[in-house]
Design a protein around this ligand. Sequence first.
Ligand code: ZN
Ligand code: ZN
Length: 142
Amino acid sequence: MKIQLKEIIKNLFKCRHIGALLYSNEGYCPRCGKYLKKSYYIVRCSHCQIKRTAKKEFGNIIPEDKFCTNCGESDFYIEKYEKLNFVDINYAIEVKEEIIQEQKNFDFEIWVENKDFEKKDNKMSNEKMFLPRQAKFLTTEA
Ligand SMILES: [Zn+2]
Ligand SMILES: [Zn+2]
């Protein structure tokens, strides 16, 4: 697997939600304020369907070993669960996922900011209109 520098940088600045969802399945992250929900992922062999030991790497869920120890296949697929089954405890990867609703609020904030920028631009163009007149007045006085 090729590791891209862009991916590493992106993950360095991303909130890891440490200390979030300690006693619940969903709630707000104390570090970034995003609404989070727990999910569990299980990696299965696409040939024999056996559960494979998985790991998280740069935000992706991948099998720990390159090949299935049961049949030697390298292909796999990922299953997502809302709740952790006891039998999957050794295989499931816990992920604290950000809920989409929070992104809508984020879009709204951007829109408000853009409106402010427009206002600033208008002020600037008004100033530009007054400047030549002032300059003309100064030249006639001199
Ligand atoms: Zn967070
Ligand atoms: Zn297999």
